[in-house]
Design a protein. Structure first.
Lengths: 370, 126
């Protein structure tokens, strides 16, 4: 069996009570003080996550812009230097290779953050597609540590650590913008106003060798802001409350962005991209199934893989489900036939051979102001 | 300090307290700690039969479902309804308020197969 990899933040997390589990080939903390407390901290104060397992890929060169535009479904022409966008990347038949964030450094250099579980596949896909463009595709994942600082107090905490010369700039950052600045005595940190929790927050990239120092600096000023260290457990409950998809659970090569409710990142008018023709056909016919959010009407917690049934007939499947810490009740997402996707539609979730009634609800499950 | 000396244990981290021909069953401190915050407990109906080593219910944390295994065979004569409204009791008081079911033994000799406190301590230490 191959050994699990450890991020640059393994040591400091182990020192501070992290409970480690395997995730996508990495040894990652699932929790520190407890999932409920950590989840609550992110929603009301501030939480710190190690997300260094994520991948980073750079596409650079005279045709980098055209290459990225062809690779992704969203419109990279919308970006200016210092801005980022969320998108999916598809294969020819419209299946989703990954969801990712593209940061524009300049028209010839794009920094792309991808899921840990998809890093190798994304890199192979991007290299293959980019062959026809004058650009290079480089996997730089090992060069970076990445931390996520999320919650209402994240801005105040970060303000204590950024160099005085960029204080005002950082304070004024808009969502999906980013900048490079000295932070906590380190000469370079990439500060991005992005996140996977629904709260105001930041994803911070540091050089691998400096990730530990950045983490410790954040911890040193954390108490007064109510900082808790957070693991993958609450990362999942936080994103699920926002109905953010998780690759491998909710989206994958067997699903296209239109049925996954991600049509908003598919910009047909921008020009050609991988999967466009297939997605245009889906759009013309209408999707057969839809990714919906639902709540349980009887006791039971929906989980990934549980069947969705109507009158004893299996018609769909749960892709993500949990007990929502913020709502105090179970929530779930899954694919159902398009005619069962309207708000209020009811179906059964089969939980250990028992049919338990559920109802489609408005999502996100929790409304947050960022 | 080890696990309570007046209980018996299973490899699946359940504890058992014998009260004549009825036993009280719950999960151990080690189990609740490994689970994390418990949010849901599913128990069998009173009157149903349980079989040694077969599942009798589930305990769910936020992120996972765990089966509960019957340490002995018999009839369920009581279940702890309080766990329906307060599943977090499992984390707070696993050996006391979070007892889960009471089983009337159908095969009392099965008690001999359970682990003594010292053996269970050794299991979770190693």
């Amino acid at each position: 069996m191959t050994e699990l990899k450890r991020t640059p933040l393994y040591a400091v997390q182990a020192e501070n009570g992290g409970k480690f589990v395997p995730f996508a080939g990495w040894e990652m903390p699932v929790q520190f003080s407890g999932l409920m407390a950590e989840h609550q901290a992110v929603r009301t104060q501030v939480g710190l996550f190690d997300v260094s397992h994520m991948g980073e890929i750079i596409i650079e060169g005279p045709q980098a812009f055209d290459a990225v535009q062809f690779l992704i479904t969203n419109d990279v022409a919308k970006l200016s230097d210092g801005k980022a966008l969320y998108t999916v990347m598809c294969v020819e038949n419209g299946g989703i290779v990954d969801d990712l964030i593209v940061y524009r450094e300049n028209t010839q250099r794009f920094f792309i953050c991808v899921n840990a579980s998809r890093r190798a596949d994304d890199f192979a896909h991007m290299r293959a597609v980019c062959k026809r463009f004058d650009c290079t595709v480089t996997d730089v994942s090992d060069e970076y540590a990445q931390l996520a600082l999320q919650g209402p107090h994240a801005a105040a905490l970060l303000a204590e650590l950024v160099d005085a010369s960029v204080q005002a700039k950082v304070a004024a950052m808009e969502a999906f913008s980013w900048l490079d600045a000295p932070v906590a005595g380190l000469s370079w940190v990439r500060i991005a106003r992005t996140g996977y929790t629904g709260e105001h927050g930041y994803e911070l990239y540091a050089r691998s060798s400096e990730g530990d120092a950045l983490w410790r600096a954040i911890m040193r000023v954390g108490d007064k802001h109510g900082l808790l260290l957070c693991g993958l457990g609450c990362r999942d409950t936080l994103r699920l409350e926002m109905k953010y998809p998780l690759y491998g659970n909710d989206i994958d090569l067997e699903h296209n962005p239109l049925e996954a409710g991600l049509g908003w990142v598919v910009k047909f008018a921008k020009g050609d991209f991988v999967g466009k023709a297939a997605l245009e056909a889906v759009k013309a016919q209408g999707v057969a199934r839809k990714w919906v959010g639902f709540k349980m009407l009887d006791r039971g917690i929906p989980r990934h893989g549980y069947p969705i049934a109507v009158d004893g007939q299996e018609v769909g499947v749960v892709t993500s489900g949990t007990h929502s810490p913020s709502l105090g009740e179970p929530i779930g997402t899954g694919y159902v036939p398009a005619h069962l996707a309207a708000l209020g539609s009811r179906f059964d979730v089969v939980i250990r051979n028992k049919a338990v009634l559920a109802e489609v609800v408005k999502t996100p499950f929790l409304v947050r102001e960022k | 300090m080890g696990v309570p000396a007046n209980l018996l244990y299973t490899k699946e981290h359940e504890w058992l307290k014998q009260e004549g021909n009825v036993v009280v069953v719950g999960i151990t401190e080690h189990a609740q700690s490994a689970l994390g915050d418990v949010v849901y407990v599913e128990l069998p109906d009173v009157g149903s039969s349980v079989k040694k080593d077969a599942t009798f219910g589930t305990v769910e944390s936020v992120k996972a479902v765990s089966d509960l295994f019957a340490p002995v065979s018999g009839k369920v004569v009581a279940i702890n309804e309080a766990l329906t409204s307060s599943p977090e009791t499992v984390n707070q008081d696993p050996y006391g308020a979070a007892w889960m079911i009471k089983i009337e033994l159908s095969n009392p000799s099965e008690i001999n197969d359970l682990m003594a406190p010292g053996d269970y301590d050794a299991l979770i230490a190693g």
